[in-house]
Design a protein around this ligand. Structure first.
Ligand code: PEP
Ligand code: MN
Length: 350
């Protein structure tokens, strides 16, 4: 249920409305917009029937949220959410680009990649230390050594780091290093893991499962949010279809559908969606044109030698070119390309 207040409602009136709802055993979530405040109610909505909320001063309307997801629902808050990750913002006016290698393979390659993608305009650095691989014999990531390299390169470049957490047992450790926790496609419905990352104070990048519907993606976000962590960014990364010419099929329509259904920021991963470096640019253009809030792109200094996902990784120069080519698309949707709020020294970054 959501309670929308009248224009000019006072704080005392909001407090009274809130108290009334909480007396009935429900929890409240206040969202202040420019013109109105929304009080979201979580709990047994049947109890609100007897509360005659409409008669309370300051209440304009009382509406049930019919969707199975509540905290993630667009109606639940006054304005679309912005998620701050270190000194970057995802879901703000600027398009946020996350770039970096699929896996952290060593300190030098990570540093070189980070410096280069930053120069090209990336606002965040990605890199997997724990890798979900289809084969148990494939490179599984450097683990804690990889996390340490990420933290060191963050200190050097100021780029916030995004890295995957695969298991509930890793959440505490990875949270100690990462600015943003990535939940991979294969773990989108690992409910224990979702609850665990919902309990920590770290923004979460939630990737859509290979065969997950949009509703299931939103319910996965709800799991995280229900535990108290509201900083969730959704990622369309391609779904599995009968098509074999591409690694996955990028669901472009998911972007506007998600933007309508939820207040959470939505980004796109063109690297895993297409599975080929030459598809990254066209898929990125489509994503931005369809309303995405940003991109996550795999970049490697020497893709031919990458220990994972080399085929889809851009070279450093290729990423620079992509950022230039994205410019007219960013202009078309009236959003600057950037996403970095402030540099480590506190001044505006490019
Ligand atoms: C990745 O980002 O490298 C990755 C494994 O992504 P996904 O979970 O979307 O396959
Ligand atoms: Mn990858």
């Amino acid at each position: 249920m959501i309670v929308v207040t009248r224009r000019g409602v006072s704080d005392a009136e909001i407090d009274r409305i809130r108290e009334r709802i909480e007396q009935l055993g429900l929890r409240t979530h206040i969202s202040r917009g420019e013109h109105r405040t929304i009080i979201g109610c979580i709990g047994d909505e049947a109890r609100l029937a007897e509360a005659s909320l409409l008669s309370l001063p300051g209440v304009e309307s009382v509406t049930p949220v019919m969707k199975p997801y509540k905290l993630a629902a667009r109606e639940f808050v006054a304005e679309p959410s912005r998620v701050r990750v270190g000194n970057a913002v995802i879901g703000g006016p600027a398009l946020a680009v996350i770039a970096g290698p699929c896996s952290v393979e060593g300190r030098d390659m990570l540093r070189t990649t980070a410096q280069s993608v930053k120069q090209s305009g990336a606002a965040l650095l990605r890199g997997g230390a724990y890798k979900p691989r289809s084969s148990p014999y494939a490179f599984q990531g450097l683990g804690v050594a990889g996390l340490e390299m990420l933290a060191q390169v963050r200190a050097e470049t100021g780029l916030p780091i995004v890295t995957e957490v695969m298991d509930t047992r890793q959440v505490e450790e990875v949270s100690g290093f990462a600015d943003m926790l990535q939940i991979g496609a294969r773990n989108m419905q690992n409910f224990a893991l979702l609850s665990e990352v919902g309990s920590v104070q770290r923004p979460v990048l939630l990737k859509r499962g290979l065969s997950a519907t949009i509703k299931e993606l939103l319910m996965a976000a709800e799991y995280i949010m229900a535990r108290g962590n509201r900083d969730v960014v959704l990622c369309e990364r391609g779904i599995r279809t009968y098509e074999t010419a591409t690694r996955n099929t990028m669901d472009v329509a998911a972007i506007p559908v998600l933007k309508r259904e939820t207040h959470l920021p939505v980004i796109v991963d063109p690297s895993h969606a297409g599975g080929r470096a030459d598809l990254v640019a066209p898929l990125s253009f489509a994503a931005i044109a369809a309303g995405a809030d940003g991109l996550i792109v795999e970049v490697h200094p020497c893709p031919a030698e990458a220990l994972s996902d080399g085929d889809q990784s851009l070279t450093l120069e290729g990423f620079g070119r992509l950022m230039e080519q994205l410019q007219p698309f960013a202009t078309a949707v009236a959003r600057p390309l950037g996403g970095a709020a402030t540099s480590p020294t506190g001044t505006a970054a490019a």
